[in-house]
Design a protein around this ligand. Structure first.
Ligand SMILES: O=C(O)C(=O)C[C@]1(C(=O)O)C=C[C@@H](O)C=C1
Length: 370
């Protein structure tokens, strides 16, 4: 036997041994996942006992606690977030066993909103594409879907005005929050960059990759289209085109990724909110979103801010928007750490009420562990 062969025989024996170990571990994992699913089934029976019909199966506060615990006890070679993602998927299938969950998002398929549905609910949820942010609110309010997901704020572009304006009118609850890295890729059927004559993408994506395009595809024409997902569809049919879109869009439209991470700012990310019809219980690490209009008197806004500051409550965001009821009249959207059932936040909100003409709690929800 040559040295090479003997080496590969040793390697073969080593691989066989470790693969046997993997097989045995997989068997145990499978058995335990099956046991976990049986528990979820029992949870559903408990939730529906006595013939209850208005049952809430999805419990974001519990999911956040499970995922935080997974990250906390992780001592493996896998990063905390990757380990949490695996459990995100396990819970997604367990929840689907209790009740299939439908989630409306701003389509088309392959958009960043679509990715946010999968990140928050896992792949067992049913994403339902609708054509506007207003339509997401509508679908949840009418009970056509269980939940909705809307973009709230982009790290480079700022707040999403349509979402803020709908929140002001709506009676829905903000039930969750997640942040999604907006990491653009260049997708094309072309064999190489020099075969690309045109780059298609949503105007915003073209803007976010302007420098990269100038440096790497200086000769290509740039064309703005309705969405990045629509651009991916076009690139699928014409190999002289390249689209800017997400890795998920590449998967969906079966387009090769010629280049990853082409955004000029590597930190570009969007925050999304989950919209539901139920109030979410405290998870231990929560945030509360509210909207207020203040009395037209000197120092009223300062009094509001003071009510939070006096109690050591961390305000993570404040933005103003026209109230739309009177010219030059504004409302303030405020995010503060804590749950509306926490004693100190409750007291702060009562004090805020004294200085506000109007106050609406949009919801308390878990800070995302993902
Ligand atoms: O604890 C519950 O209420 C469950 O329904 C179980 C479970 C899980 O798989 O852990 C599933 C779905 C919920 O969103 C939260 C948790």
């Amino acid at each position: 036997m040559s040295e090479d062969n003997s080496q590969s025989a040793t390697e073969h024996a080593q691989l066989t041994a470790i693969r046997n170990q993997i097989d045995s571990i997989d068997k145990q994992i499978q058995k335990l996942i099956g046991d976990r699913a049986a528990c979820a089934h029992q949870v559903a029976e408990i939730k529906t006992q006595g013939g209850k019909t208005d049952v809430v199966f999805y419990r974001p506060e519990r999911e956040a606690q499970v995922l935080r615990a997974v990250k906390e006890r992780n001592e493996s070679l896998l990063p905390d977030k990757e380990m949490a993602k695996l459990f995100r998927e396990i819970m997604s299938t367990c929840l689907a066993l209790e009740q299939p969950i439908s989630v409306a998002y701003l389509g088309p398929e392959g958009s960043y909103s679509h990715s946010s549905v999968i990140k928050q609910f896992g792949t067992s949820a049913h994403p339902v594409a609708v054509s506007s942010i207003e339509a997401v609110f509508d679908a949840v309010a009418k009970g056509e879907v269980n939940y909705g997901i809307v973009p709230v704020e982009n790290s480079t572009e700022g707040e999403v005005k349509a979402t803020q304006d709908e929140l002001l009118k709506s009676n829905l609850q903000v039930s969750g929050e997640l942040e999604l890295a907006v990491d653009h890729c260049l997708l094309s059927m072309a064999q190489s960059g020099d075969k690309i004559t045109k780059v298609v993408a949503h105007q915003q994506a073209l803007g976010q990759c302007r420098q990269w395009l100038k440096n790497n595809l200086p000769m290509a024409q740039l064309e703005a289209v309705s969405s990045n997902a629509a651009a991916a569809k076009m690139a699928q049919e014409d190999s002289s085109l390249a689209a800017i879109a997400s890795e998920q869009a590449a998967d969906l439209y079966q387009l090769p990724i010629l280049e990853y991470h082409i955004s000029d700012s590597k930190e570009n990310s969007t925050r999304f909110w989950v919209l539901g019809r139920e109030v979410v219980a405290p998870s231990g690490e929560d945030k509360t979103a509210l909207v207020i209009s203040i009395k037209n008197q000197a120092g009223a806004l300062l009094e509001v801010l003071q009510a939070f500051a006096d109690r050591g409550l961390n305000m993570t965001r404040i933005i103003s928007r026209p109230s739309k009821s009177k010219n030059w009249d504004y409302v303030f959207f405020i995010d503060v750490l804590g749950h509306q059932q926490d004693e100190n936040l409750k007291a702060a909100l009562q004090e805020v009420q004294q200085h506000a003409e109007f106050i609406k709690i949009l919801g308390s929800f878990p800070i995302s562990p993902l």
